[in-house]
Design a protein around this ligand. Structure first.
Ligand code: OGA
Ligand code: MN
Length: 297
């Protein structure tokens, strides 16, 4: 059979991974140029399933960035740390440095990455948050380190009516600076801080492609809700995160080497399960800039 990347029409093989979210896509090779038809098929599957898993993609960082460009502009991280010094589009979600040495968990960069052990959606603190992210498992963990994804359309639709009334038409504050307050993450320099001031985002958004509504929160960055006392807002965000984390909404991904995962940040949240910090885990991520500011629903 021809590979999908050879542009032979509809030949992606798609298998659902969980009733609510996620599908595995095979018969495509990211180390070869993608045809526009295949990219369009992948995009349609992505909108339908929210998270796609592409097994066996032994790609270079350059090929990773090239795949990303089929779906939008790669986001460049606003801090120097975590950004690869070789390719600015690559965000290193790794416990090694770029010389390959394991970095201790006490290292501030590792403290910042450890914030991913709580539910979040990427770069929600930007005026134009990321549309999606593409994560390549270069060296995967065997001691945990599963990445879990929740479907925020389904979460919104299942909210108890009194919670729905509390989120409809409301805004939540998203602040990157919160990371350094909740973890030992390095403080941003004044210049970095000025690039990402705190921003109010609607708590219910409408998906720019499907039009479907979803709950939009990112608990590692949220520290205020319009019209609520701080303690009430903190408790409510926590309750919403617990609700969203129920098994009925969540796909848990056990990584194999060279899996590539592509998720839609507009309608999902993700979290990584704990793993032995002394086991190497090297993951490279690109991020796709969104199409515009968040559309309230
Ligand atoms: C990310 C992230 C989780 C993981 O790359 O945005 O949250 O599994 N990663 O490392
Ligand atoms: Mn993340």
């Amino acid at each position: 059979m021809a590979l999908a990347s050879e542009g032979a029409g509809s030949c992606l093989a798609i298998r659902k991974l969980h009733p609510a979210i996620g599908a595995e896509v095979s018969n495509v090779d990211f180390s070869k140029p993608l045809s526009p038809d295949v990219a369009a098929e992948i995009h349609a599957a992505w909108i339908a399933h929210h998270v796609l898993v592409f097994p066996g993609q032994a790609i270079t960082d350059e090929q990773h960035v090239a795949v990303t460009r089929h779906f939008g502009e790669p986001e460049i991280f606003h801090m120097d740390i975590i950004k690869s010094k070789f390719l600015k589009e690559i965000f290193r979600v790794s416990n090694t440095d770029e010389d390959g040495n394991l970095v201790p968990p006490s290292n501030p960069i590792q403290q910042q990455l450890s914030s991913a052990k709580k539910w979040h959606t990427d770069s929600s603190y930007r005026p134009i948050p990321a549309m999606g992210s593409i994560l390549h498992g270069v060296e995967v963990s065997r001691t945990g380190g599963l990445t879990c994804f929740t479907n925020m359309h389904a979460v919104y639709e299942a909210l108890p009516p009194e919670w729905r009334a509390k989120v409809d038409g409301r805004k939540a504050l998203h602040d990157f600076d919160k990371l350094s307050r909740i973890s030992g993450a390095p403080k941003q320099t004044a210049e970095e801080r000025a690039r990402v001031p705190a921003i109010w985002q609607p708590m219910v958004r409408s998906h720019p492609v499907s039009g479907r509504k979803s709950l939009y929160i990112s608990p590692i960055y949220n520290d205020d809700i319009e019209g609520m006392e701080e303690a009430e807002a903190t408790a409510f965000i926590q309750e919403l995160a617990e609700f969203a984390g129920q098994d009925r909404f969540v796909y848990r991904h056990q990584w194999e080497t060279d899996d590539v995962l592509m998720w839609d940040n507009r309608c999902t949240m993700h979290i990584v399960t704990p793993h032995d910090p002394m086991e190497r885990r090297v993951m490279h991520r690109t991020t796709i800039v969104g199409e515009g500011p968040v559309a309230a629903a």
